[in-house]
Design a protein around this ligand. Structure first.
Ligand code: KMH
Ligand code: ZN
Length: 276
């Protein structure tokens, strides 16, 4: 039997702006409201990028602390997964600053990928080792973001060396302009390449968001949606909110009788209970 479905909502991102969709949250109040509404709709995890009030992405630990605390005050049981990816061009140390607030969960980006134009999201092998070691030391649960198959292979090498350890949870981020596409065969290839006993979630960028969500729901995976990844509820129609995107996944899950995990159930599925 399949585990219940863990829905992650990537509410803010670092690249998407209010000019793209006015519902993208920047301020602390907007972040809390977006997280709360996503949670009410069925999200167990919030993937969080901090922003300044004017929308500038930041990895500043004090800004993260403020947002983290405010969200927790409103929804104490929600899992908050902070980004250690930050924005393209940030240094490794800048990106890791947020870990000092001791988040329950964070992303571990497992390789480099072109991000359109002149942009490259750089994650060298030493970067991956640096982040994994820090998160191991701080007992932070990590979700391994893989933008293509080579990134999964890199994690396997680091698992063998004992650097990546604990319950293995992956996120396939597919459809980035410069990365792997999110067609069914891409999904199957990645899913079949995972180490044994790993769990996975999918994050489809743009038009891949809901087709990939459906594939994951049918194949025992978990799903990430949110304005970081996709601003449309359907072709040409802007999503009114992060909540609306979560609601659409819940509808798809219902169609296939896949139950939705609460945050506590998600902690169990991801074997996070022994970390803290
Ligand atoms: N903003 C991207 C450059 C993550 O959150 O860990 C990186 C990103 C990955 O979003
Ligand atoms: Zn992110």
């Amino acid at each position: 039997m399949m585990d219940k479905l863990i829905i992650t909502c990537a509410i803010s991102g670092a690249e998407v702006k209010k000019e793209h969709n006015p519902a993208v949250p920047y301020t602390v109040t907007e972040m809390v409201e977006a997280a709360y509404q996503a949670y009410l709709a069925g999200a167990a995890i919030i993937h969080l990028h901090a922003r300044l009030d004017d929308g500038t992405p930041t990895q500043d630990k004090e800004r993260y602390r403020e947002i983290y605390k405010a969200i927790k005050q409103k929804c104490p049981d929600l899992i908050i997964q902070v980004s250690t990816g930050g924005a393209v061009g940030m240094s490794r140390e800048e990106r890791a600053d947020v870990l000092s607030i001791l988040p329950e969960m964070a992303t571990l980006d497992c390789g480099s990928v072109n991000f359109g134009g002149d942009e490259v999201f750089i994650n060298t092998e030493n970067d991956i080792i640096y982040f994994a070691n820090r998160m191991n030391d701080l007992r932070v649960m990590y979700e391994m973001e893989c933008f293509e198959k080579g990134h999964i292979d890199s994690t396997k090498r680091l698992i063998k060396k004992g650097i990546i350890k604990g319950h293995l949870h992956y996120s396939f981020v597919l459809g980035v302009n410069g990365g792997m596409t999110g067609e069914e065969r891409d999904f199957m290839f990645l899913k079949d390449s995972l180490p044994e006993n790993a769990s996975f979630s999918v994050a489809g960028i743009g038009r891949y968001e809901f087709p990939l969500a459906e594939l994951a729901i049918l194949n025992g995976g978990h799903v990430r949606v949110g304005l970081e990844d996709n601003i449309y509820i359907e072709k040409g129609v802007l999503a009114k909110s992060n909540r609306e995107l979560v609601e659409k996944v819940v509808e798809i899950a219902k169609k296939y009788n896949r139950e939705i995990a609460t945050p506590m159930e998600a902690r169990k599925i991801l074997e996070m209970e022994n970390l803290r």
